[in-house]
Design a protein around this ligand. Structure first.
Ligand SMILES: Cc1ncc(COP(=O)(O)O)c(C=O)c1O
Length: 399
């Protein structure tokens, strides 16, 4: 039999999905499972989104569409990013894709040759490593442990950019930690980036509308407008609008990059489907009450989650100020045992927690931080308190 391409030896299915699959299987076997594992927002968009999709279906053009995205969608994107202070861009600065994941993959293809430096902070969203490995980039991890609230410091970034990576990928608010950089922190990092002109900066900020405590969303371009020649902003409908399955993501940045991503589209997907485009325009331009209500709900849930985790002796959870994740340091459990099962690491802990208490979380090592555990708290509200209580019981039972 002929062989697969060598790159498939480097491509792995997402570690997050592995835990979610196990939880799904246990549920199918009749177990009472509470899932804190998968990063879906667990709400649906407003009725106007479905109305727009139905209308598009009734008026199907029967044609291929634009590789970049329809003009109506690009205009809606431009208005959307203007709301977070990213002004002065035109359609030529935009490109779309099948979700932010596809846009990020296309950006990797567009910006990275094999062996090029690709720097980003740990903990990271798992796909960054997977994309880097498929593209044979030189992945340069910048460790941001719980002691520094999982945030990159200016000194760390300065040292990293001195190595002249081709791309620095930044994620704010963060998946998996939920941490959000303040205006001052972004300004300090932007001052560093300005000093290193050889690096593209991709900001994966798909949770930018889910920021709590009035911290606000801040971008390097706000702090140092001269960086707009090098900064690419990535966003998506998935989390903000409760539309992960619709698969619509986009980027706004330098024209040359947007055109490169559009060229990738012309070779991969041709265009976003017409119905998805219509739904995306409606989500971006229509009433924003659903995302606003969800953000308030997530902030309240965040409070509940952090209080429950920090009440466990030895566990500490920096307070996340965005997205819908908490990432406690659970290393206090290592070396102990539960029901006779030794907890040697985060993966043992996740397996034991799922087996004993029916609670699914994702081991921190999936995100490059084995002392952590990712809790995605978008489950139905009635499940949240019992799920947290089961985690507390699990830790109390450790010997
Ligand atoms: C940080 C981050 N970037 C990108 C994505 C991909 O989002 P999309 O559904 O738009 O592909 C995710 C999804 O979990 C994410 O958490």
């Amino acid at each position: 039999m002929p062989q697969l391409a060598k790159r498939m030896g480097r491509a792995k299915p997402s570690a997050i999905m592995v835990v979610a699959e196990k939880a799904k299987q246990l549920k199918a076997e009749g177990r009472d499972i509470i899932s804190f594992s998968i990063g879906v927002p667990n709400f649906l968009p407003g009725g106007h989104v479905y109305d727009a999709a139905r209308k598009a279906l009734d008026n199907d053009s029967g044609q291929y569409g634009s590789n970049r995205g329809s003009n109506e969608l690009l205009d809606a994107l431009l208005a959307h990013v203007e709301q977070v202070g990213l002004t002065g861009y035109t359609r030529a600065n935009c490109a779309t894709g099948i979700g932010a994941k596809h846009v990020l993959y296309n950006l990797g293809e567009a910006l990275l040759d094999a062996g090029d430096g690709f720097a980003f902070a740990t903990p990271y969203w798992t796909s960054y490593v997977d994309i880097g490995e498929i593209l044979e980039a030189d992945i340069q991890l910048l460790p941001c442990p719980p002691e520094q609230d999982y945030k990159l410091t200016p000194a760390q970034l300065d040292a990293a950019l001195a190595r002249k990576p081709k791309v620095f990928l930044f994620n704010n608010p963060s998946n998996p930690t939920g941490m959000v950089y303040t205006k001052d922190e972004i300004a300090a990092l932007a001052d560093v980036i300005v000093k290193h002109p050889d690096t593209w900066v991709v900001t994966d900020d798909i949770y930018n509308r889910m920021v709590f405590d009035d911290v606000g969303y801040h971008n390097f371009v706000h702090a140092r407008p001269e960086l707009r020649d090098r900064v690419v902003f990535v966003d998506s409908l998935s989390k903000t609008y409760g539309m992960p399955g619709w698969r619509a993501g986009f980027m706004v940045g330098p024209e040359v990059v947007a055109t490169a991503v559009t060229t990738m589209n012309s070779n991969h997907i041709t265009n976003l489907p017409e119905i998805v485009t219509a739904a995306a325009v409606a989500a971006l331009s229509g009433p924003q009450d659903v995302p606003a209500a969800r953000r308030a709900e997530f902030q309240a849930k965040r409070d509940q989650v952090v209080a429950a985790l920090n009440a466990i002796p030895g566990v500490s959870c920096p307070v996340p100020q965005g997205a819908f994740y908490a990432f406690p340091d659970i290393s206090v459990a290592f070396g102990k045992s539960h029901n006779g099962k030794v907890i040697g690491n985060d993966v043992d802990l996740c397996n034991a927690l799922l087996d004993a208490k029916g609670v699914a979380c994702v081991p921190g090592s999936a995100f490059g931080e084995p002392r952590g555990l990712r809790i995605s708290y978008t489950c139905p509200t009635p499940q949240l308190a019992p799920g947290l209580q089961r985690i507390q019981e699990f830790f109390a039972e450790l010997q």
